[in-house]
Design a protein around this ligand. Sequence first.
Ligand code: MN
Length: 198
Amino acid sequence: MTKHLKEYAKKRDFAQTPEPGDEEAGARSGGTPVFVIQKHKASTLHYDFRLEVGGVLTSWAVPKGPSLDSRHKRLAVPTEDHPLAYADFEGVIPEGEYGAGTVIVWDRGTYRNLRAEKEDDGASMEEALEEGKVEVWLEGEKVRGGFALIRTGTGEDARWLLIKLRDGEADARRDPVTTEPDSVLSGRSIEAVQEEEG
Ligand code: MN
């Protein structure tokens, strides 16, 4: 287990939850890194935004989900790193367990680090996370284009914001969170998964 997944493992009882175990870390072979956005109906509905970095999924919980309107700043609360195998997970986390509730794969695909591509920048994802200034191009089924994850404030006041970059994929009229609510993996709604697997 990588040190990054200690917190993930500590929070979970793998005899109880159907979530992937930490031993499945690194299950995916290298190549183009993946992103996933999981819709998670826990005590409150939110969207878990995850980027593959260094063999794990760096994660944030986004209460409102992503917006394609570049004027919107969506709060993104950092959460523990998840194993790569988590990108395929949908199911029901039993009551009493950490994150109890239903998870679907709302969107997923690959991404590019835009900062690494800039000649006058070249920051790796690790550097970008450290600096609190991530810029990625997402190639999902619902969500495409450039997105920034920006850390503002320091210490207790630190917070991350998920913001659509101004590019050809920005679209203030489209709101896939509302119009495309179901899983890209199984086509199921979160209610259907809850009913079938709960
Ligand atoms: Mn969650």
